[in-house]
Design a protein around this ligand. Sequence first.
Ligand SMILES: [Zn+2]
Length: 192
Amino acid sequence: MPLSSVFPRSLLVCIAALMVTVLLRAAGTTEVFFSPEGGCTDAIVREVRKASRSVHVQAFSFTSQPIARALTEASKRGVEVVVLFDQGIVQEPHAAMEILVKAGVPWFLDREHSIAHNKVMVIDDSVVVTGSFNFTTAAEHHNAENVLVIHDPDLAARFQANWKLHRAHSQSGVFPSLPAPSGRSSRRTRQP
Ligand SMILES: [Zn+2]
């Protein structure tokens, strides 16, 4: 006997929808965005605005003022925002950095690698933002990039653990009067 003859069709549809929702949540949901002009910056800003506890960032490059403002606003509402930068940040335009620095957002330089090339945000221990997309104006408007927004606490825990490794060997910096780039002459050539 078919189920539809026992239960109302609308009830079966509701049960099926509920099962799909449960399965998606169990597997984690993922969104993807592509540059240029594909909504990458907006997606990142949206996730940062939803943060309630923490936003842990590792950035290779950072010139996006919308993302800087979103991080600053999160920090001001009590979210723990901490940013790790590649040492090359000193060579970039200052406006986005100044937004963070003037707001007192904690930030550190990761000098342990030839390139600290991760572009990652771990939000509330449950969401990972990552991809080729640097947090920059160029990545949003000019480059071919991608960014994934992954809702998966298990994956977030792995990224969080990796972020903590980098946080442990990162150092406080002063901006813009940081050591000159020539101080890195003994390191391997930087190729993003
Ligand atoms: Zn590191």
